[in-house]
Design a protein around this ligand. Structure first.
Ligand code: SAM
Length: 280
């Protein structure tokens, strides 16, 4: 039976279990265990936490999370070919790794976790963005997780942490920064993965705030920012025209000039506008 000390190198695991990368599952594996340990560490102290890992693949990051002291890792993987390799890791860490087979977008993941919960994943990029938006928009706040440490393509990572008046600033930055502290903690070149993707990647760490940074109704904020960024370079008096009565007065009351464009307006100002609109 495999123990921590004699778990095989990841290249051998991939060869033994025939884990040739499938493009449609976004499989770009991390095989350097020093690197996966660094990613695990960027999630902060894992001791005493349940860690949800989405898309463990052959288990490089899973090993990092367990070695860094996670109380328990719950790993959900869509590709059944990976299950025997993950079972070897589970045997080396008795009682600390639960593997769920299936689609992370379809399974009730929170039901398998006991708090405090941290989420860590190197995911296909499209699934990652969808899950991030879901995790940031639960029915109530605070959410079931304390922090998210997620790999994204570099450009998406920059959209998450972007500030006003920059090219990447938009709805994703507002959504993420409204309810979390978000920062890029690691940048990775394509060669860090096997096979190498076409683009650079980055790990983003998001720490959930106890409550949203500024008060606002989530649905109204979402509606206003969708409308404003739909035409990001138009003045707000034109992009928000017809959305609610007394537009210019409400903009001014929120500290926003009607001639400003969405990309120049801060999160604090958008939240003030959402409150002004909520007044009816
Ligand atoms: N974590 C591993 C690593 O770092 O080497 C694998 C990363 S690879 C980029 C993405 C993994 O997510 C693959 O193992 C893939 O099979 C899995 N995956 C893809 N879509 C998924 C989904 N909807 N739910 C769960 N796992 C998924």
């Amino acid at each position: 039976m495999a123990t921590i000390d004699n778990l095989p190198p990841l290249r051998a695991v991939i060869a033994e279990h025939g884990l040739s990368a499938k493009k449609q599952l976004g499989q770009n594996f991390l095989l350097d265990l020093n690197l996966t340990a660094r990613i695990a560490r960027s999630a902060g102290d894992l001791t005493g936490c349940d860690v949800l890992e989405v898309g463990p693949g052959p288990g490089g990051l899973t090993r990092g999370l367990l070695a860094e002291g996670a109380r328990r890792v719950v790993a959900v993987e869509k590709d059944d070919r990976c299950l025997p390799a993950l079972a070897e890791i589970a045997a080396a860490y008795p009682g600390r790794l639960e593997v769920l087979s299936g689609d992370a977008l379809a399974l009730p993941l929170a039901d398998h976790l006991i708090g405090p919960v941290k989420i860590v994943a190197n995911l296909p990029y499209n699934v990652g963005t969808e899950l991030l938006i879901r995790w940031l928009t639960p029915p109530s706040w605070p959410p079931f997780w304390q922090s998210l440490t997620l790999m994204f393509q570099r450009e998406v990572a920059e959209r998450i942490v972007a500030q006003p008046r920059t090219d990447h600033y938009g709805r994703l930055a507002l959504l993420a920064q409204w309810r979390a502290d978000a920062k890029i903690v690691l940048s990775l070149p394509p060669e860090a993965f096997v096979p190498a993707p076409k683009v650079h990647s980055a790990v983003v760490h998001l720490k959930a705030l106890a409550e949203p940074r500024y008060p606002a109704d989530a649905a109204i904020l979402s509606r206003i920012t969708a409308q404003a960024f739909n035409q990001r370079r138009k003045m707000l008096r034109s992009s928000l025209k017809g959305q609610f009565p007394d537009l210019e007065d409400r903009l001014l009351a929120s500290g926003i000039q009607p001639t400003q464009r969405a990309e120049e307006v801060s999160l604090e100002q958008f939240c003030a506008l959402a409150r002004a609109v909520a007044q009816g």
